[in-house]
Design a protein around this ligand. Structure first.
Ligand SMILES: *[C@@H]1O[C@H](CO)[C@@H](O)[C@H](O)[C@H]1NC(C)=O
Ligand SMILES: *[C@@H]1O[C@H](CO)[C@@H](O)[C@H](O)[C@H]1NC(C)=O
Ligand SMILES: *[C@@H]1O[C@H](CO)[C@@H](O)[C@H](O)[C@H]1NC(C)=O
Ligand SMILES: *[C@@H]1O[C@H](CO)[C@@H](O)[C@H](O)[C@H]1NC(C)=O
Length: 464
């Protein structure tokens, strides 16, 4: 019995064990490496890259040219019409006459614009009327400057804050599950009315702000007389101005939470707008603590909040060389797809540290997939309750080159790519009309022509 115990083990078996051990070690090392790299491997799952470079030289003449042809538009602004193309790819849909209480409907025929139904002016607030007037003029301008005829069509235009039903409108839900029940619903995104004008104190139009922002940003670029000018001289604080109560049903405490986490924090310049009007002078400026929209670009970090739906300020802050920090965006506007977000959880290394693994909220994932590497990103998405805002700003302050890169890429894509230029806006409107007309079908009885826009624009109520 004892003898058999002392019997040497057969060699092949020992070899096998050693081999198993080595293979095991290799597997463990491989897995560790793989896990370590996993977040990077998951990045960039969105299928479209907004950084595809144009071969067209984007001169000031070209960017102000409202009459670029369809092919010239495509070559100059690659990916500009992504939202339209996606909506067209959903296939045909039908519209019915909305009547005088529904959204505005109009007809384009032989290059002329007619209004078929519209809410009466008296039924609209001044803000709603301004939005509608601006958008109709934008459409009219794009028709008049078209180098080739646009197709005849009938359209529905919703200039309200929230997307609704099937229309040309300012935003759509990023989450495809929101409002997905109606198979006939289509949002054809249009440029915000601020591309025409936004008559708010300290706002104005995209093009006037764009010029102001260009001047401001160039003051942070070194030249012979100011060799030390630099992005790093921007204000190292996160800025926000707004009203506390303006929240969405999807994130009802968004603004209150923001005020809480930034209260008395040296890294934050977050203030509720104070509309106290103490003299005729402040009346001109609106809120006493407001700052002109271009002046937001003086800050390294801009906190973005959406409201009931999209926020019109977004198109402005997209032009700054600043790091926009926001919870995952819920409402897409016509160039929101240029955003390449990096999630704060990835910046802060949560996915490696936290045993349970960190991941973005499901709703964000459906709209935005997994985000981008910090070397590719042009915006930062933080937790929806702002709980990691402070850590994120601290992290960016400790990694100023990463912060500068995120800020630089935003301005490079949006402004450098000319996506908010007058030329791109006209290109976009015409593409939206062509896209809409290609899949729109009508039902019901329609008026032959309606009121010519030229008459409608002279304060004529429908039918008067
Ligand atoms: C604008 O573009 C069109 C189409 O390329 C061209 O024919 C026209 O000359 C351009 N206008 C200006 C002012 O550059
Ligand atoms: C250099 O930059 C400063 C600060 O922005 C500006 O005032 C000045 O006009 C610039 N000088 C030249 C030669 O561009
Ligand atoms: C720019 O920075 C350098 C190095 O910090 C310094 O020596 C120089 O005086 C600065 N120049 C100006 C014009 O401020
Ligand atoms: C708002 O501004 C007015 C005038 O400057 C000031 O008297 C008032 O205290 C401010 N209110 C708040 C809540 O800061």
């Amino acid at each position: 019995m004892g003898e058999s115990k002392r019997k040497p083990k057969p060699r092949p078996r020992r070899c096998l064990r050693q081999l198993t051990f080595v293979v095991g070690v290799v597997l463990v090392v491989y897995c560790l490496l793989f896990v370590y790299n996993a977040p990077d491997a998951n990045y960039g799952t969105t299928s479209w890259s907004p950084l595809r470079k144009t071969s067209t030289k984007l001169t000031p003449e070209l960017l102000n040219n409202l009459s670029l042809g369809e092919d010239e538009c495509k070559a100059a602004f690659p990916g500009l019409t992504k939202e339209i193309d996606d909506t067209v790819s959903k296939g045909p849909f039908t519209i019915k006459p909305s009547g005088d209480l529904g959204p505005l409907q109009g007809r384009i025929k032989d290059g002329q614009l007619y209004i078929l139904h519209a809410q009466r002016r008296n039924d609209l607030s001044q803000d709603m009327l301004n939005a509608r007037t601006a958008s109709l003029h934008q459409l009219y301008r794009a028709i008049l400057t078209s180098p080739s005829p646009l197709p005849d069509t009938i359209f529905t235009l919703n200039t309200g804050d929230a997307p609704f039903g099937t229309a040309l409108q300012y935003s759509r839900a990023a989450d495809p599950l929101i409002g997905s029940k109606d198979p006939n619903a289509r949002s054809f995104l249009i440029p915000h009315f601020s591309f025409w004008s936004w008559p708010l104190p300290f706002v104005g139009s995209i093009s006037s702000s764009s010029a102001q922002i260009n001047a401001l940003e160039s003051s942070y670029l070194p030249n012979a007389s100011h060799p030390n000018a630099s992005w790093h001289n921007k204000i190292s604080r996160a800025v926000w101005r707004g009203t506390a109560w303006y929240n969405s049903v999807h994130s009802p405490r968004l603004r209150q939470n923001l005020l809480q986490v930034t209260k008395e924090k040296p890294w934050a310049d977050v203030q509720v707008l104070n509309w106290t009007i103490s003299s005729s002078d402040t009346k001109q400026k609106g809120a006493v603590n407001a700052i002109p929209i271009s002046e937001f670009c003086r800050y390294k970090y801009i906190i973005h909040t959406e409201g009931v739906a999209y926020s019109g300020r977004f198109s402005f802050t997209q032009m700054c060389k600043s790091v926009v920090i926001t919870p995952p965006i819920l409402w897409m506007m016509h160039t929101t797809h240029l955003v390449k977000p990096v999630y704060s959880g990835y910046l802060l290394g949560r996915d490696k540290r936290d045993k349970k693994g960190w991941e973005p909220a499901k709703r964000a994932m459906r709209g935005w997939a997994l985000g981008y590497k910090k070397e590719e990103a042009n915006m930062v998405f933080v937790e929806g309750d702002w709980s990691d805002l402070e850590e994120t700003v601290e992290w960016l302050e400790k990694h100023p080159d990463v912060a500068e890169g995120i800020a630089r890429r935003q301005r490079e894509v949006v402004v450098g790519g000319g996506y908010h230029s007058p030329a791109a806006e006209a290109c976009y409107w015409r593409a939206a009309i062509r896209g809409w007309a290609s899949v729109m079908r009508t039902e019901g009885e329609w008026e032959e022509l309606g009121v010519p826009f030229e008459a409608f624009s002279l304060s004529l109520d429908m039918g008067q």
